[in-house]
Design a binder for this molecule. Structure first.
Ligand code: IPM
Ligand code: MG
Length: 361
């Protein structure tokens, strides 16, 4: 029996998670997936009840679970809280507590949505990139950090970019292993011409690459990588990079597909326990309206099936169901196209469940 902790969170989180729970229930009831779900609070929703965004209860449940399904955290009403109490801090705390160092962010262009990208169709058609972002180290977590007051009375902010060899090695190994299931190419992104920590990054990735002679390795500076992503994105297969560079590049890669509402993510620890979330965030402007796209969260559940539960057939079935509803012309507002009726969150979720049933029988 697999245990999933469901953390709907804030904004559109609860709406998109509800549809994903229906998908998991359908797999449980009709496809024999042995799964049980528990629910918990995180982010602003947790702060409002417990006075903190990552309550002990939630942490405990997360550590006991095989996987965590998270909606999104954050919203305007919590933006003025001190950093330690902000919803985003809960996300970082949960990642660190679960030890999910490998963040997989696929940027895949669905052929049905080719018109949604701001780039010309021939630049992005067939796009399939996997960004492997280091998630629990680097400048996000490095010490010392803070804001201090100098003798002159001027304030100075400081953070530390720090990576040890073992941290670099384990994320590199993940990237090479994933490349073996894809097009056998890894591009490691760093700023080795300026930052010593990423000079070491390049060094360790090169050593790991020697153990994977069947995978082609290349190295790129992050500024060039940002340019190449929008110039000729199809040159990339797997991109492996640091926490902060991965944060930035994955948003750029997401936009290549034109539909941030479609993109899932998985964050894995050493033993494949994982945290699964859509990459789009809480979108407070459209929360509560029933118009958010649930497909990124549903596709995150598919990644859960693949990476934490080792059920590639069920994962593929969920992905096929998503593809089917797009073929059928269903579009939420974010992927709206002329000639297609716009459906809400619930109708989209229902359609995926129906498509799933149809492929099962
Ligand atoms: C992401 C987000 C988070 C990050 C924020 C919300 C802390 O931007 O998951 O990419 O920077 O990691
Ligand atoms: Mg980000």
């Amino acid at each position: 029996m697999k245990k999933v902790l469901v953390l709907p969170g804030d904004g559109i989180g609860p709406e998109v998670v509800a549809e994903t729970v229906r998908v998991l229930e359908c797999l449980r009831d009709e496809c024999g997936l042995a799964v049980e779900m528990e629910f918990g609070l995180i982010g602003g929703a947790a702060y409002d009840v417990h006075g903190q965004p990552l309550p002990e209860d939630t942490l405990k449940l997360a550590k006991e679970a095989d996987a965590v399904l998270l909606g999104a955290v954050g919203g305007r009403q919590w933006e003025t809280l001190p950093i330690a109490l902000r919803p985003e801090k809960a996300l970082l705390g949960l990642r660190a507590a679960m030890g999910v160092f490998a963040n997989l962010r696929p940027a895949v262009l669905y052929p049905q949505l080719a018109g949604a990208s701001t780039l010309r169709p021939e630049i992005v058609a067939g796009l399939d990139i996997m960004i492997v972002r280091e998630l629990v180290g680097g400048i996000y977590f490095g010490e010392p950090r803070g804001v201090r007051t100098l003798k002159t009375g001027e304030r100075q902010g400081f953070n530390t970019l720090v990576y040890s060899e073992s941290e670099i090695e384990r994320i590199a190994v993940r990237a090479f292993e994933i490349a073996r299931t894809r097009a056998h190419r890894v591009c490691s992104v760093d700023k080795a011409n300026v930052l010593e920590a990423t000079e070491l990054w390049r060094d360790v990735v090169t050593q790991v690459a020697a153990r994977y002679p069947d995978v082609a390795i290349s190295h790129m500076y992050v500024d060039n990588a940002a340019m190449q992503l929008v110039r000729a994105p199809k040159q990339f297969d797997v991109v492996v990079t640091t926490n902060m560079f991965g944060d930035i590049l994955s948003d750029a890669a997401a936009m290549l597909t034109g539909s941030i509402g479609m993109l899932p993510s998985a964050s894995l620890n050493e033993s494949d326990r994982g945290l699964y979330e859509p990459i789009h965030g809480s979108a407070p402007d459209i929360a509560g309206k029933g118009i958010a796209n649930p497909l990124a969260t549903i596709l995150s559940a598919a990644m859960m099936l693949r990476y934490s539960f080792h059920e590639p057939l069920l994962a593929a079935r969920v992905e096929a169901a998503v593809s089917k509803v797009l073929d059928d012309g269903l579009r939420t507002a974010d992927i709206q196209e002329s000639g297609f009726p716009v459906v809400g969150t619930g109708a989209m979720g229902e359609a995926v469940v129906a498509a799933l049933r149809a492929t099962h029988s």
